[in-house]
Design a protein around this ligand. Structure first.
Ligand SMILES: CC(C)(COP(=O)(O)OP(=O)(O)OC[C@H]1O[C@@H](n2cnc3c(N)ncnc32)[C@H](O)[C@@H]1OP(=O)(O)O)[C@@H](O)C(=O)NCCC(=O)NCCS
Length: 207
């Protein structure tokens, strides 16, 4: 049987606990300080092995436990367990981007090799969306390597929209940047705000 544990930073835990009980979600909510960083990091290494074998140097495939703890302690770690075995994880960081919009940043998504393509990634995403709603986020952001086909398909299947291609320092691949609206009507607001700004910038840069 699968069950979900969410390890939350103290900034967010109250809101997440309140939403969890209001919506009767049944997740187990714990403090990020109690997160099993070493076990989660071990899963990242095992799961991303397929990416290394395809010569894609995802950095989370080789984090030390201390590096992973440092990178994830400010946010929330979602985990799915089968009995006492960790079978899936994703990190949700919170940041202000795109000026007025509150964004969640979704990274370190990994499913145990034996459990891939059996719906665990989709389950993790449902949990992330619930946390995003609990925290009143407007949008989720994510990115993945363009040649990581299963991950690109996973993002599109889970309603992430590619909006940009980026290169990151030290990475030997290009990435899609994705956006996923959480708040209803947010895409329309983004277009309304961004279009006049783009026109203004192109007008002054043509002077
Ligand atoms: C990418 C990953 C997280 C997907 O999680 P998952 O639990 O295996 O995926 P799900 O079972 O929820 O599948 C959902 C959708 O993802 C896509 N997908 C998943 N595995 C796939 C595969 N092997 N090939 C192609 N598409 C795949 C499909 O669109 C699938 O929908 P479908 O079942 O209707 O075809 C997982 O395979 C993984 O951990 N990969 C290695 C690490 C990684 O790349 N992480 C993401 C980096 S950003």
């Amino acid at each position: 049987m699968l069950f979900t544990r969410v390890y939350c930073n103290k900034t967010y835990i109250e809101q997440i606990v309140a939403y969890n009980s209001r919506m009767s979600l049944g997740y187990s909510i714990l403090s990020i300080e109690d997160a099993p960083f070493d076990i989660v990091n071990q899963l990242l290494h095992e799961s991303f092995q397929e990416r290394l074998e395809n010569n894609l140097n995802f950095d989370c495939a080789s984090f030390t436990d201390a590096e992973f703890k440092e990178k994830s302690s400010a946010g929330n770690i979602v985990t799915v367990w089968e009995d006492d075995i960790l079978v899936g994880t994703v990190f949700l960081g919170i940041q202000q981007r795109f000026s007025f919009f509150t964004c969640g940043f979704h990274e370190f998504l990994a499913v145990k090799s034996d459990n891939k393509s059996s719906g665990i990634g989709t389950m993790l995403q449902r949990v992330v969306v619930n946390i995003a709603k609990a925290l009143d986020l407007d949008i989720l952001l994510s990115s993945t390597a363009i040649p990581a086909i299963s991950s690109v398909k996973w993002h599109k299947k889970n309603a992430f929209i590619p909006y940009k291609i980026s290169s990151y320092e030290g990475r030997n691949y290009k990435s899609y940047n994705f956006i996923k609206p959480i708040r209803k009507g947010i895409l329309v607001s983004l277009l309304v705000m961004i279009t006049p700004l783009t026109l203004f910038v192109s007008k002054i840069s043509n002077k």
